[in-house]
Design a protein around this ligand. Structure first.
Ligand SMILES: Cc1cc2nc3c(=O)[nH]c(=O)nc-3n(C[C@H](O)[C@H](O)[C@H](O)COP(=O)(O)O)c2cc1C
Length: 382
């Protein structure tokens, strides 16, 4: 590109600053913008996992071992990636996964993700560890919504949150079960970056989560008339037990590699859980999703829905509600392309036959979790 041409691109870009879809043409541009808004501590809190970050990398590795089959000469002139979940028809099979302290990434916290979820029409799962509270978020947006709880008290504590979630119109209630003990996130420890709940939490408060068992699940199901999702299921035996207990959603997750280290990638567990639970409960999976092709892979293996954690924070940190909506638009565009080139037009046509095993690609993509700190150069040198 000549100097003159380069200048024209830059001038055009400047003239279109207000146009978000021009400003953020790619996900890595959103990442770049998000990075600029974060301190090193905040960025490491976002990007990091526990201990040696082995589970974190396996999450990504699991997707990289799967290839998509291209199919040609099929009529792909229509495109319908919508699904129904918890009684709502939504635009993509996507949940904005719960993010504690989302307010660190965007002023407004839970309101930002809820409003983006309303604008784009996907589910937002609100963390009990963010601000403002569940009622204020519900009042700020009319989005498909799920409330996620960390257990920080006895039965009264759980009951209080269940009642409030029902009163505020949440479509489902999730309890996170992969955090019986708080992991060592070594980036945060080394940065002395301790979130309020980590530094202030008393042993007494933590103990409730550590004591939460299948008896509590049974009690919840007997008492409350709201779908219950267990988030953080990491083994087929627990998934099977959840089905026996009548749990409405099994959410396969290792907390984005932030809980037990040296675990398996969550996508690797998905086929076992599907074999055990499909048709008995809804199956959700998260961990390592960076592209629409990852959503396709999870759906092809039998997931009903997928969750995005870090990607969501990137959209928020880059440009608040607009940034998150833009991120979702890019995912949808990627998805329409993948569908077209795979010869499918809706999710009913996507299954295991669309996948093949492949050698993993070790070179990092524009956003592999393990290179999040080594950002690609901005195309215009910004
Ligand atoms: C900054 C951050 C905060 C999180 N906070 C919560 C939380 O409050 N509750 C929860 O159940 N999971 C939490 N998670 C885990 C996410 O809900 C999700 O399972 C995970 O991020 C998915 O992996 P991904 O980031 O690779 O998409 C958090 C994840 C991140 C990155």
């Amino acid at each position: 590109m000549s100097k003159q041409e380069k200048k024209q691109v830059t001038d055009t870009e400047m003239a279109n600053q207000a146009d978000l879809s021009y400003r953020f043409a790619t996900i890595h541009e959103l990442i770049h913008a998000a990075h600029k808004t974060c301190s090193q501590g905040t960025w490491d809190y976002l990007a990091g996992g526990s201990d040696s970050e082995t589970t974190l990398r396996r999450n990504r590795h699991g997707y990289d071992k799967l290839a998509l089959r291209p199919r040609a000469m099929v009529d792909v002139s229509t495109f319908d990636p919508s699904v129904e979940f918890m009684g709502k028809k939504i635009r993509l099979p996507l949940i904005l996964a719960p993010v504690g302290s989302i307010e660190t990434f965007a002023e407004g916290g839970g309101v930002v993700t809820a409003q983006a979820a309303e604008r784009f029409n996907v589910f937002d799962m609100l963390s009990s560890r963010c601000t403002p509270g569940l009622e204020a978020v519900a009042q700020a947006a009319d989005n498909p919504r799920i409330f996620q709880l960390y257990v920080r008290g006895g039965d009264e504590f759980v009951d209080d949150h269940a009642k409030r979630a029902i009163d505020s119109g949440y479509d489902a209630f999730a309890v996170t079960v992969d955090s019986a003990t708080y992991s060592r996130r070594e980036r945060d420890l080394a940065n002395r970056y301790l979130k309020k709940w980590r530094s202030n939490v008393t042993t007494d408060e933590n103990v409730w989560q550590a004591q939460w068992t299948w008896d509590n699940v049974k009690r919840f199901k007997d008492k409350w008339d709201i779908p219950l999702i267990l988030k953080g299921i990491g083994d087929v035996d627990d998934a099977g037990r959840a089905c026996e207990e009548g749990v409405d959603g099994v959410y396969i997750s290792n907390h984005g590699g932030r809980a037990l280290d040296h675990g398996r990638g969550s996508i690797e567990i998905l086929p076992e859980v599907v074999a055990e639970c499909k048709g008995k409960t809804k199956i959700i999976v998260d961990g390592g999703i960076q592209r629409a092709t990852d959503i396709v892979k999870a759906k092809a293996l039998g997931a009903d829905m997928v969750g995005i954690g870090r990607l969501q924070c990137i959209g928020c940190a880059a440009a608040g509600v607009d940034g998150l909506v833009r991120l979702l638009e890019i995912l949808e565009e990627e998805l329409s392309i993948a569908f077209g080139l795979m010869g499918v037009t809706n999710w009913a046509q996507v299954g295991a036959d669309n996948l093949r095993a492949a050698d993993p690609v070790h070179e990092p993509s524009v956003w592999s979790s393990h290179i999040m700190t080594q950002l690609p150069a901005h195309p215009y040198g910004g």
